[in-house]
Design a protein around this ligand. Structure first.
Ligand SMILES: Cc1ncc(COP(=O)(O)O)c(C=O)c1O
Length: 397
């Protein structure tokens, strides 16, 4: 239905790696090209026409993102992606405000972009990371969350939906519980943004991170949302042009206010402009319909995978378009390579979930991640390739 918006889909490609990055609509590609072709200029620094246009585009995009998640413009910090946003809040906020002996809650199903900086930061400050026990499907368990909280718990850091297990966490309830104990919440929405209506005000989120390229936008841009009062407590990790107003003769620096304080250096301008069009694309379909289409496709995929006895699905209770599986006696990477020879792109490995073994007692899985532009016909092509009776012979390249 919306496939014609995505030029790459005019090729033979069957793209099932949407959790890694989504495809880009023509409107996004054109907006990036238009900027470089017609008004390439830096932002926040000059007064000539094309630079003024660039400033306007950035301001409008900040507003559009703010409206999209029901935030204020000053609560939107442009970063280079979810990883940068998470590092910004972990080092700029948690490292500055937490102390030795404090505890942070998270789970073993998180992406390394959350877990790795958290672990490194915690080591430096002797802060304890506690993993909330997941249920038998590796889904988040609210009771276990409540049980893990102590009077030393100062932060909870979680994805809204995970990139391998594919569960959707009860974020509203999690935040409500956290608020009663003054626990800061940091929510990674890299896999949820664009597929859900996210209202930061209603959820009462403190910090939220996401990437443009996983929501049909360009690579190189991301967002850190921070509630105004929380954002003011983030110490910049990146000092440079654009965030300092004055440096006097005694080297006292007068800085701009947030969000500009946290945006030192040249912004990823082309990507920000492209992201604006990506949001238009999401609105054109609607997050609700994107989710609905993904859910329908996921049920179809799970049903069809059951036809193949050699296929074992690890997360048959997935609540998103993410399905993790292996084929009996075939190494995950080999299967992905075999499928790529038939123009089917899936991903294999640990998917940056470094504690994957604790979840599934295996180190490598194949992952299909669907998006709204995928079709049942594409799933049929995958099933046909997996049903190939000579699959094992064909895999010996
Ligand atoms: C749940 C989750 N969080 C964070 C990230 C990091 O995103 P990026 O690499 O765009 O910074 C990813 C990327 O796959 C992810 O799936």
């Amino acid at each position: 239905m919306f496939r014609e918006d995505f030029p790459i889909l005019k090729t033979k490609l069957i793209y099932f790696d949407n959790a890694a990055t989504t495809l880009k609509p023509k409107t996004v590609i054109d907006a990036v090209s238009d900027y470089y072709t017609n008004y390439s200029s830096n932002s926040g620094r000059a007064n000539y026409d094309i630079a003024i246009k660039t400033d306007k585009m950035i301001t409008e995009t900040r507003k559009k993102i703010a409206d999209f998640i029901n935030a204020k413009e000053d609560e939107i910090v442009f970063t280079s992606g979810a990883t940068a946003s998470l590092n910004m809040v972990i080092w700029g906020y948690l490292y500055q405000h937490l102390k030795e002996g404090d505890e942070i809650l998270t789970t073993k199903a998180e992406h390394s972009s959350l877990l790795a900086p958290l672990i490194e930061m915690a080591k430096l400050k002797n802060i304890k990371i506690k993993y909330i026990e997941l249920d038998k499907n590796n889904h988040f368990d609210l009771n276990n969350f409540k049980k893990t909280i102590t009077n030393k718990t100062k932060a909870v850091c979680l994805a809204m939906s995970t990139n391998l297990v594919g569960d959707v966490r009860p974020i509203k309830e999690i935040i409500e519980i956290a608020k009663t104990k003054n626990i800061v919440n940091i929510i990674d929405t890299a896999q949820s943004i664009g597929r859900n209506n996210i209202d930061v005000l209603e959820l009462d989120v403190d910090f939220m991170a996401f990437s443009g390229h996983k929501m049909f936008g360009p690579t190189g841009v991301g967002v850190l949302f921070g509630k105004e009062v929380m954002l003011k407590g983030v110490k910049p990790q990146n000092y440079g042009g654009g965030m300092a107003l004055e440096i006097d003769e005694h080297d006292n620096v007068i800085y701009k206010k947030v969000p500009y304080l946290l945006e030192g250096g040249t912004l990823p301008i082309a990507s920000i402009i492209g992201l604006s069009k990506a949001i238009d694309q999401i609105k054109k379909v609607s997050p609700k319909d994107i989710k609905k289409i993904e859910e329908e496709l996921t049920s179809y995929l799970l049903k069809r995978l059951k036809e193949i006895p050699e296929v074992y699905v690890y997360n048959s209770n997935t609540q998103t378009g993410i399905v993790a599986f292996n084929y009996e006696n075939i190494f995950a990477e080999d299967l992905a390579y075999y499928l790529s020879k038939q123009n089917i792109a899936i991903r294999a490995g640990n998917h940056c979930v470094k504690k994957i073994f604790d979840l599934y007692q295996i180190n490598n899985v194949c992952r299909i991640s669907l998006s709204f532009y995928n079709t049942k016909k594409e799933i049929d092509a995958l099933i046909k390739a997996l049903k190939n009776t000579k699959i094992k012979e064909d895999i010996i390249f």
